[in-house]
Design a binder for this molecule. Structure first.
Ligand code: NAI
Ligand code: 15L
Length: 269
């Protein structure tokens, strides 16, 4: 696909949004920003809730593609997750369909498959077609998001790359993150590949750097043209010296989703 010029970046005020809005313009994109919260240093950013269908319709009008990061990014009460990550996602796809936007890059998460046991030494890495095994209501909403994306491709020809992001932060901060880390620069490389690859239909990819301790298969991401340049290994000695290696049966280290698997669900109170 020719490089999209104008891209709507939702969730622009958040952690990944802040990193990506600094990095993506170098690839030639003109970004339109949207978030529920004001975006620091960007007075033109659209401040809107995913609940607001009219605002979304206007926000997507005329863009070539959307990078959708907005939503609840951690475990939360079910109703809040439904509002932002399920109903809000549906609003965004409806707006995109109605305005003829051809492609969305959807920020899915490792927590869609969080209960997948992590590979032990000698095991194969986790394949991209591993069944959904959400570890939280949050992860469940990402499973829904991937299905919604598949549905909009099959029914309406709206393309999506669902990126199951590992841990996208400036640096890894735990032993688990040595396997899951997506460096900000690789994050931008991956988004660029997802925005420009030809004929993606609905493609699911894992999103991480080329980490020595990788737990999952990057082949579908690489097939889009993604060539990761970073490896978390340069942080390993320091993190392990500071935190020690988790025991083999440490619940935070037995499954892909780490401590999300052991967090209790959040009920209304
Ligand atoms: P974040 O919580 O820092 O940012 C999310 C942004 O979405 C916030 O600025 C928030 O104001 C906005 N937002 C929330 N509800 C909204 C609504 N109803 N309407 C409009 N905006 C709304 O999260 P982060 O870390 O930047 O993650 C971005 C996306 O990537 C999320 O979808 C998250 O689930 C996904 N992700 C992030 C990972 C990471 O390592 N940071 C890992 C896996 C997935
Ligand atoms: C996620 O999905 C979260 O949005 C992010 O804050 C991290 O917790 C990440 O997963 C992770 O698993 O490290």
């Amino acid at each position: 696909m020719p490089t999209p010029r104008t891209v709507l970046l939702t969730g622009a005020a958040g952690g990944v949004g802040t990193l990506m809005r600094a990095l993506l313009p170098a690839y030639g994109y003109e970004l339109r920003l949207l978030d529920l919260a004001p975006v620091e240093g960007a007075p033109d950013a659209i401040v809107a809730d995913l609940a607001d269908r009219e605002a979304l319709r206007e926000a997507v009008r005329g863009v070539d593609a959307i990078v959708h990061l907005a939503g609840i990014s951690l475990e939360a009460e079910f109703d809040a997750i439904v509002a932002a990550n399920i109903t809000g996602l549906h609003h965004l796809y409806e707006a995109a369909r109605a305005e003829g936007v051809g492609r969305i890059v959807f920020a899915s998460s490792n927590h869609a498959v969080g209960f997948t046991p992590r590979p032990r030494e000698g095991d194969p890495v986790i394949p991209v077609d591993a069944p959904h095994r959400p570890d939280t209501f949050y992860g469940l909403s990402k499973c829904f998001g991937e299905d919604l994306a598949q549905f909009y491709w099959d029914k309406h020809g709206l393309e999506t790359v669902s990126v199951r992001i590992g841990s996208c932060f400036p640096e890894p901060t735990s032993v688990r993150m040595l396997s899951m880390w997506l460096s900000p620069a690789d994050g931008a490389r991956l988004l660029h590949a997802a925005l420009t690859a030809e004929g993606v239909g609905h493609t699911v990819v894992y999103g991480s750097s080329a980490n020595t301790r990788l737990w999952w298969d990057l082949s579908t991401a690489r097939a889009l043209g993604y060539e990761p340049q970073d490896d978390s290994e340069r942080f390993a000695a320091r993190i392990i010296a500071e935190q020690g290696m988790p025991k083999d049966d440490d619940p935070a280290h037995t499954h892909l989703g780490g401590h999300f698997c052991t967090e209790p669900p959040r009920w209304p109170h």
